[in-house]
Write a protein that binds this ligand. Structure first.
Ligand SMILES: Nc1ncnc2c1ncn2[C@@H]1O[C@H](COP(=O)(O)OP(=O)(O)OP(=O)(O)O)[C@@H](O)[C@H]1O
Ligand SMILES: [Mg+2]
Length: 258
């Protein structure tokens, strides 16, 4: 465990750009604040500042217990020590970069300073090479470290054959744990943000919300959090019954061993 006793640090990491890191980091910050009643610090490690800019420009909910800031990845541990006091949870939104070495450097810093790392990977032909390199060169060697907890999250998934193929291939990799749940490709994750809201606040009945909350529940279980479980379940119950019956399988979550 890398953080102070009472503050957990989770990171959302992939050197590949555009896999949905910032979108997920924002949704998670709001979910931990609203559904778990946590005081959350969102740290944007990207100098483009996507998630930080979003919070500053769009989020106007006074009841939030969320702060956001930018930190450079250099001396990250020292900087995190300074800013994380008093927070239940720090979420690191890492940087994707065309400059692979730079992206990897920030990713490694984020992973090594986290208690738990989420790695969104898009299972498509175009993303596959970058994802495989990242997992083989960066994640697998780090995952060999004893107390490193991480999970690969399939992101922007579709029902296409290609997506299905890559999903099956990735799940054959038994070196790195995968989340059972996944985040589908859906415009709702962006639509809600343009209204200053997380998906579960904007459209509680939408499939995108359902998928996010299912993932959130799995994540909380992996992190050992149970106190907000009822709130998460009651949010899940708000999801339209027809969606539920069609996707009943997803309700039975299996904890991913880490
Ligand atoms: N689940 C999703 N379904 C569809 N579109 C998504 C999803 N998640 C994110 N997007 C869209 O994909 C684009 C990239 O998302 P985002 O900025 O979150 O990725 P990122 O990994 O943080 O990128 P970068 O590495 O450049 O920081 C945005 O246009 C966003 O709206
Ligand atoms: Mg980003």
């Amino acid at each position: 465990m890398r953080s102070k006793k009472n503050t957990k640090i989770i990171s959302v990491v992939n050197s590949k750009g555009g896999v949905g890191k910032s979108t997920l980091a924002i949704q998670l910050s709001i979910a931990f604040s609203k559904l778990m009643n946590f005081k959350v610090l969102l740290v944007d490690l990207d100098d483009q500042g996507s998630s930080l800019n979003w919070f500053n420009m769009y989020r106007e909910d006074d009841s939030d217990k969320i702060s956001a800031c930018h930190l450079a990845s250099k001396f990250l541990r020292k900087q995190l020590k300074k800013v994380s006091d008093g927070y239940d949870l720090v979420i690191l939104d890492s940087k994707g970069s065309r400059d692979r070495a730079l992206g990897d450097k920030v990713s490694v810093e984020a992973i090594l300073n986290s208690d738990y790392t989420i790695i969104p990977v898009v299972p498509t032909a175009i993303d596959d090479l970058a994802a495989s390199d990242f997992v083989e060169d960066i994640i697998q060697p780090l995952a060999g470290e004893e107390d490193l907890a991480l999970g690969i999250l399939l992101s922007k998934t579709t029902r296409s054959k290609t997506c299905k193929y890559f999903k099956e291939e990735y799940r054959k990799n038994d070196h790195v744990p995968f989340f059972q749940s996944e985040i589908p490709d859906s415009k709702q994750y962006d639509n809600c943000l343009s209204h200053g809201l997380a998906c579960f606040e904007y459209k509680p009945n939408d499939m995108a919300t359902r998928s996010f909350l299912t993932f959130f529940q799995e994540l909380c279980e992996n992190l050992g959090y149970s106190k907000g479980k009822n709130k998460i379940l009651s949010q899940l119950k708000k999801v339209n019954l027809s969606h539920k019956s069609k996707n009943k399988k997803n309700l039975h979550l299996v904890k991913q061993p880490l």
